[in-house]
Design a protein around this ligand. Structure first.
Ligand code: PMP
Length: 353
């Protein structure tokens, strides 16, 4: 190693899912198969027509977007923090809230970025194993720690825990910050937002990437007590004041306005998920009950890697991790009904061979 390398911050980075540039059936990164709300597309056209807007820096406070989200969720503007996708928001949360010498706790099978941020920021951590049904064991989170984070529904398992379960973990951890990552909550059940009145150490993160079909725009947000949001903003202004582009601010507001379109799109995905569950069962796949816009499937008679490769060679992309307890599983995003039909037609052919 060269001398100058010794003091370089080294980290094993997060590996994002493939983003093939050709036309494929893309069920590998939990995107929404439907376009964003019509108002979002109009806002983009408008931005193109008034290119002058791009000459100026965006509003560093993101006031219009923060206001729209505060109104939508019936919280104060001082309870909302926005960022460049929830990855940016979560990264800021790790940097700001997890500074204890005690380890933070998160599940062993979960969003793999948590480990990467912990390593990047030199945060000690302990992974708590999910049980044999891929459920979080809540008692594992009762011990002393430097903070807690888990997604609900969890990823890549798609398993949702009810609110009393989530509250139990928060109530046992009132001396640290607890982050509930609700990237997929709109497809699942009740959000932990109603717990904010009771717990001022709770931070909830959500995203425009999934239910709002805007992964390409990169908008995420955190909702929490004014105190925690103030600390997050202090960290943000010490890092990069202009995180949100003019386009994200404008399009984000439009997306929040169109509740009807949002609900219609979420319903379509939930309906397709219900049907896909029946199809996967018919073909002999096993999976925990899915609550996100994805299903975590395994087949007793076929190697997950073989199915993954065969699908990929046929232009159908799903997500596969060649590691540990999840080696025999595939995470399949819920696409359109047509995309899922293509998937199931291929699987039938593959299994008949
Ligand atoms: N949390 C979880 C659990 C996720 O699966 C993802 C998507 N990769 C994210 C957060 C981040 O999503 P985004 O940055 O697009 O908001």
């Amino acid at each position: 190693m060269k001398d100058f390398e010794k003091n370089i911050r080294k980290v094993t980075p997060y590996v994002p899912g493939e983003q093939p540039q050709s036309r494929v059936v893309k069920l590998n990164t939990n995107e929404n198969p439907y376009p964003p709300a019509p108002g979002v597309c109009r806002a983009m056209e408008d931005l193109g027509a008034h290119g002058d807007m791009l000459r100026l820096y965006p509003d560093p406070t993101s006031d219009k977007l923060v206001t729209a989200l505060a109104q939508y969720y019936h919280v104060g503007k001082d309870q909302v923090f926005v960022g460049v996708g929830s990855d940016d928001v979560l990264s800021m949360c790790f940097l700001t809230f997890f500074n204890s010498p005690k380890p933070i706790f998160f599940p062993d099978i979960t969003y793999s970025f948590y480990k990467v941020w912990a390593d990047l920021y030199r945060i000690p951590y302990e992974c708590k194993p999910l049980d044999e049904n891929f459920r979080i064991v809540k008692e594992d989170y009762y011990g002393e720690n430097g903070g807690v984070i888990f997604p609900n529904p969890n990823a890549p398992t798609s398993v949702y825990e009810e609110l009393d379960f989530v509250e139990d973990i928060i109530s046992h951890n009132q001396d640290v910050v607890v982050i509930v990552d609700e990237a997929y909550i709109d497809f699942a059940g009740k959000s932990a937002l109603s717990l904010l009145e009771k717990y001022d150490n709770l931070i909830i993160t959500q995203t425009f990437s999934k239910a709002r079909s805007m992964a390409g725009m990169r908008i995420g947000y955190a909702i929490g007590s004014p105190l925690l949001i103030r600390y997050l903003n202090d960290a943000k202004y010490s890092f990069n004041s202009y995180t949100m582009t003019q386009a994200s601010l404008k399009c984000g507001v439009e997306a929040v306005k169109d509740k009807e379109y949002f609900e219609e799109t979420v319903n379509k995905i939930v309906e397709t998920r219900k049907w896909a569950v029946r199809e996967f069962s018919r073909l002999g796949f096993c999976f925990p009950k899915p609550s996100g816009n994805f299903i975590f499937v395994s087949h007793p008679d076929y190697d997950a890697k073989d199915i993954f490769q065969a699908l990929r060679e046929n232009g159908i992309y799903v997500r596969f991790w060649d590691s540990g307890r999840i080696r025999q599983y595939l995470r399949v995003t819920i696409g359109t009904r047509e995309e899922m039909e293509t998937l199931f037609a291929f699987l039938e052919r593959f299994m008949r061979r």
